[in-house]
Design a protein around this ligand. Structure first.
Ligand SMILES: Cc1ncc(COP(=O)(O)O)c(C=O)c1O
Length: 432
């Protein structure tokens, strides 16, 4: 009998966090790294929220609290969802979690088992795929296409839905592509899901980037389509909207009170509750008239950086980058760059046992980090299954504008550094 259960080996991870130790090691050697790897706004939490959290701590609101989430916060969430999505939403169907991430795995544990199929976008947030083998279900990635601006059509979804489909992850606006969906598209997806799936199918609509849209785009949710209102779980949180990744407050609105009870019980088992003083801060964030201006200022900065970075990347031979309509990521196609730098040839000549552990865009990611000091993420950081034909990088633009300019100059330099890439591969380190 070994130390670990069979299950323990089945869960994958999130590369954005794994790159951190490499960056720290390079910095310890005195190297400066431009950090475009992690998805967290480089803004402080809005001052009015910070003040409220401090006040709550001074009020000794530092004890266990309702494991489902503070009733006052749940009421604010239900109101916000009802107003922005045009649906009924009651506080009794809302559950507060330590972030938007926990419901991803908890929903898979709750709704899925062997024989159930979990549909999710690829490229997509890696945790969707990571959990599927862990719960013994079957992963069904839908490969989103650059030519469709990484959105999802009903025709594409139709190719993967079966009688065994149990959970469908949707993520608009999307990490890593910034893709959004129009109301017409969502209506078609909703009609398709209703006509093809069982009554118990659940749509996990990850809307954590609901406030970060550009160019007059409005956030749309599939829950607004009546056909699937009672099949949809809305998930969002404070990490991105309030630049508060460390506050660990996320939430979900479930289709029924009974389901919310199940998740409340999971909270009791796993977390007991989330910090009451932070929940009060988020409540104020949702209710305060100061919040929209704070969010707008951050979004305007992201828009300006998006324009800068997309133009800068498109000026590099071998890179092609769409202009995302939302989020703080850009997702350039680097196939041409991989060809120009000799990355495909280098990949093909790697020992057979090494190749499955890396990919052309992984070699590019590592070359950019270790030789040119720019931290990005490769394509397979956003779903491994079936990712082999695709060659992309994700860059987070939630990093300082001056740093981004420096990062762009370094990427342009790297694109001319064929010799440097050869030396990097010959040295044989950090190839995966
Ligand atoms: C699509 C998506 N969902 C969920 C999360 C998790 O957010 P949180 O920090 O609130 O757990 C992230 C974070 O990057 C994300 O990009």
């Amino acid at each position: 009998m070994g130390l670990y259960s069979d299950r323990a080996g089945l869960i994958d991870s999130e590369n954005a966090f794994k790159v951190g130790p490499y960056i720290r090691a390079l910095e310890a050697q005195g190297r400066e790294v431009i950090k475009c790897n992690i998805g967290e706004p480089d803004f402080p939490v809005p001052a009015f929220i910070k003040e409220e959290v401090k006040r709550q701590i001074d009020l000794d609101n530092t004890h266990y609290c309702d494991p489902q989430g503070l009733p006052s916060l749940r009421a604010a969430i239900a109101k916000q969802i009802a107003e922005t999505r045009g649906v009924a939403a009651e506080a009794e169907r809302v559950v507060v979690f330590p972030g938007g991430k926990p419901p991803i795995g908890l929903c898979q544990q709750t709704y899925c088992g062997p024989g159930d199929e979990v549909v999710y976008p690829s490229p997509g947030f890696p945790i969707y795929e990571s959990f599927v083998p862990y719960v013994g279900a079957t992963p069904v990635p839908i490969h989103l296409k650059e030519e469709n601006e990484f959105s999802l059509s009903a025709a594409e979804l139709a190719t993967v839905l079966t009688a065994r489909t149990k959970l469908i992850f949707l993520n608009f606006p999307s990490n890593p592509t910034g893709g959004v969906a129009s109301p017409e598209q969502l209506a078609e997806l909703a009609r398709l899901i209703r006509s093809r799936c069982r009554e118990e199918v659940r749509i996990f609509s990850d809307e954590i980037y609901e406030h970060i849209l550009f160019d007059g785009e409005r956030h749309r949710s599939i829950i607004s389509c009546p056909e699937v209102e009672r099949n949809t779980i809305i998930v969002s949180g404070a990490s991105k909207s309030f630049a508060w990744t460390g506050g660990r407050i996320g939430w979900a609105l479930f289709p029924t009170r009974e389901e919310a009870e199940v998740f409340k019980n999971l909270n009791i088992n796993y977390f007991s509750c989330t910090a009451a003083y932070n929940q009060e801060g988020v409540r104020l964030g949702l209710e305060s008239p100061e919040a929209p201006a704070a969010i707008r200022e951050m979004v305007e900065t992201f828009r300006m950086r998006r324009d800068l970075v997309v133009a800068g990347l498109n000026a590099v031979p071998g890179i092609r980058c769409l202009k995302p309509k939302a989020t703080f990521y850009v997702f350039p196609n680097v196939e041409g760059l991989c060809r120009d730098l000799g990355i495909f040839d280098a990949y093909e000549s790697l020992p057979a046992q090494l190749r499955p552990r890396t990919s052309p865009s992984t070699l590019l990611q590592m070359f950019l980090l270790f030789v040119h000091g720019v931290a990005t993420l490769d394509r397979k950081s956003f779903g491994r299954i079936g990712a082999e034909p695709y060659h992309y990088l994700r860059l987070s633009i939630a990093t300082g504008t001056e740093e981004l300019k420096k990062g762009l100059a370094r990427i342009a330099e790297a694109a001319r550094d064929r010799q440097g890439f050869r030396r990097f591969v010959d040295a044989g380190e950090h190839l995966f």
